[in-house]
Structure formats: structure tokens, C-alpha cells
Design a binder for this molecule. Structure first.
Ligand SMILES: C[S@@+](CC[C@H](N)C(=O)[O-])C[C@H]1O[C@@H](n2cnc3c(N)ncnc32)[C@H](O)[C@@H]1O
Length: 308
């Protein structure tokens, strides 16, 4: 193992370079994709979806005890270190009234748009013991997520899934009046059209210095609805903020990833309008990729400790 990836959260288990020998011992097929780069370091070609998927499989198995994890080639293939960062920053957010990070099933998290990969609930439960509910508008994605749970019985009683039948809603149809969650989280669809999703994908591929990119190669995977929605992330998160005011006493911290820095001003203005009592922006950096978590609550500080 070599250099630390120091931009990741201090508790992130992926700060060190990948130990491919160990990872290959978890998923032997990975060895076909590992090569030594010009710096003499073992690596994979991150523009090959199969290679990334096998790496994920090995990381989830070794670090998070997920024995069987698979997604179709059409699905979004998430970078595990970045996804883990969100979970660790959420854990920090929950420590404002406690000395220690709450690590048990009394913490309930809602993952909006969990996708076929189910990665946030898996990492959250294994890292901190939290109970998780994952939602999605895509039945096929939820079927795959359910298969992952069926293949991993140790997780299946603590992670639930729920179908959102109407893409116009985030919390409605999901929460009943007696449901309470410590937090909600979301990696929202980013692009505002399928075309923009395709272009973004081609850009990523080029950044990975892959010259011969087939035109429609969704190299990071990602079915249409996973990567785009009408109005892009600004519209999606705005909808989430407006709806959150209706569920203000049922979720302690609402949170969402915001990719575009320039959307923050509009979103925080909207949060003022709906009278969120506290708004936080938590910066994250995974290598060169900068993103942030927008977090807001309607519960005054003195009452928040009652949730734990
Ligand atoms: C960018 S993907 C994130 C998938 C996964 N959480 C991840 O980080 O890899 C966004 C997900 O949100 C889902 N989605 C879109 N609108 C939704 C809604 N109104 N409620 C729940 N999920 C939604 C999509 O189907 C997709 O799976």
C-alpha cells in the first residue's frame, strides 16, 4: 500500500491506495483487469465498467462484509470511497449533541433514490449499525437492491426498501404520519436531459484519457432515470426542500448532495423561505472532484438531543 488519499474523510477506510493482492483474493476475476501503470503502481482502467464493478465488489466484500453484490451493466456503478465519505460526514452531523458517534439501530436513515446498487444503506449499516430505508422510482433498480439484500441476510433485517410510485414526490408516499427518521440523504439525478447525461459521461471518459470511446458507452453505467430528471439537480433538490417543510417534524436532518456550487445560493434562499432553522454546507473532496452536502433542519438546537 502506498500514498494516502488525504482528501477523503479521516474515518474513510479507503484513504490508502488499493491493496490489489488483497482485493483479488476476494474477487479473483479482478486480476484480469489489474495492470502496472507508468509509476509502477498496480491499478485498473477506471473507464472499463466491468473493471470498476469488480473493484467495487471486492471493496464491498472486504471492507463492508457484503458477500454478494452485483448490478447490471446498465446501472450506475458508484465509486465506493466517495459514497463512504457522505456516510462519515453524516455521522459527524449527528454528533453535535453527543460525545460519541451514535452507532446503533436507534438511528434511522432514509436514502432517497437508493438505486440498484444500494451502496449508501450497505455502507451506513456496516459502518455505524444504522437502520436504513432506501427508496426509488425505478422498480427494476429496487428489484436488484432486493436481490443484494436476499444474498446478504445479515443486512436484510436492517435495510428496507420502498417504491416511490410518483416521481414528483420525495417523501410523500414514503413516510406515514408515525414514521420518524434521524436523517435523510440523497445523491440526486444531476443532469437535466438524457443528452446532457450522455455528454457528461463522454467527458468523464475523456478525462480518464480513454481515446477510443464508443459514442454511447455509458462507461460509469447509469440508466436514464438514474442520471437525469426534468430540471436537473436544482429542480430535484428544490422539490425536496419544499416537500421537507411538510415533513419537518418527522426527519431531524434533511441532507442532499449538491454537485454544482452555483446552485447553492438558490437552494439556501429557498431554505430560508421555508423557514429551516439551521442550514449547513459540508464540503467534500474526492481527489479532484469537489462536492458538498447540503443539510437542513426544522428542529431547534435545544430540542435535537431529544431525538437520540
Ligand atoms: C444518481 S442516482 C443515485 C443512485 C445511488 N444512490 C448512488 O448514489 O449511486 C439517483 C436515483 O434517484 C432515483 N430517483 C429519481 N427520482 C426519484 C424520486 N422522486 N424518489 C426516489 N428516487 C428517485 C433514480 O431512479 C436513481 O436511482
Amino acid at each position: 500500500m502506498t500514498a494516502e488519499k488525504s482528501t477523503l474523510h479521516p474515518r474513510n477506510l479507503h484513504r490508502n491506495s488499493y491493496d490489489f493482492e488483497l482485493l483479488i483474493s476476494c474477487v479473483p476475476e479482478l486480476k484480469h483487469y489489474v495492470f502496472i501503470n507508468s509509476y509502477g503502481t498496480p491499478t485498473i482502467n477506471f473507464s472499463i465498467p466491468k473493471a470498476v464493478k469488480l473493484l467495487n465488489k471486492a471493496l464491498l466484500q472486504h471492507f463492508y462484509a457484503v458477500k454478494n453484490w452485483d448490478i447490471s451493466d446498465q446501472n450506475l456503478c458508484p465509486p465506493i470511497p466517495g459514497r463512504a465519505d457522505y456516510i462519515h460526514y453524516l455521522a459527524d452531523l449527528l454528533t453535535e449533541n453527543t460525545e460519541e458517534i451514535p452507532k446503533d439501530l436507534s438511528i434511522k436513515g432514509l436514502d432517497i433514490g437508493t438505486g440498484a446498487n444500494l451502496v449508501y444503506p450497505l455502507i451506513a449499516h456496516q459502518s455505524y449499525g444504522w437502520e436504513m430505508l432506501g427508496t426509488d422510482i425505478n422498480q427494476k433498480s429496487l428489484e436488484n437492491a432486493q436481490k443484494i439484500l436476499d444474498d446478504n441476510p445479515d443486512f436484510s433485517s436492517q435495510i428496507q426498501l420502498k417504491f416511490q410510485p410518483d416521481s414528483n414526490f420525495i417523501f410523500k408516499n414514503i413516510l406515514s404520519s408515525d414514521n420518524r427518521f434521524t436523517f435523510s440523504m440523497c445523491n440526486p439525478p444531476f443532469h437535466d436531459s438524457e443528452e446532457s447525461a450522455m455528454k457528461g459521461n463522454l467527458r468523464k471518459t475523456k478525462n480518464l484519457k480513454k481515446s477510443k470511446t464508443p459514442k454511447n458507452n455509458l462507461n460509469f453505467g447509469g440508466q436514464q432515470s438514474e442520471l437525469w430528471c426534468e430540471g436537473g439537480e436544482l429542480a430535484f433538490i428544490s422539490k425536496m426542500i419544499e416537500e421537507s417543510a411538510l415533513f419537518s417534524s418527522q426527519i431531524l436532518w434533511f441532507t442532499c448532495l449538491v454537485s454544482k456550487q452555483e446552485n447553492l445560493f438558490k437552494l439556501t434562499s429557498l431554505l430560508n423561505k421555508v423557514k429551516a432553522v439551521e442550514v449547513k454546507t459540508i464540503d467534500m473532496a474526492q481527489g479532484q472532484k469537489i462536492s458538498r452536502i447540503l443539510a437542513w433542519t426544522f428542529v431547534p438546537k435545544e430540542k435535537r438531543k431529544d431525538w437520540f
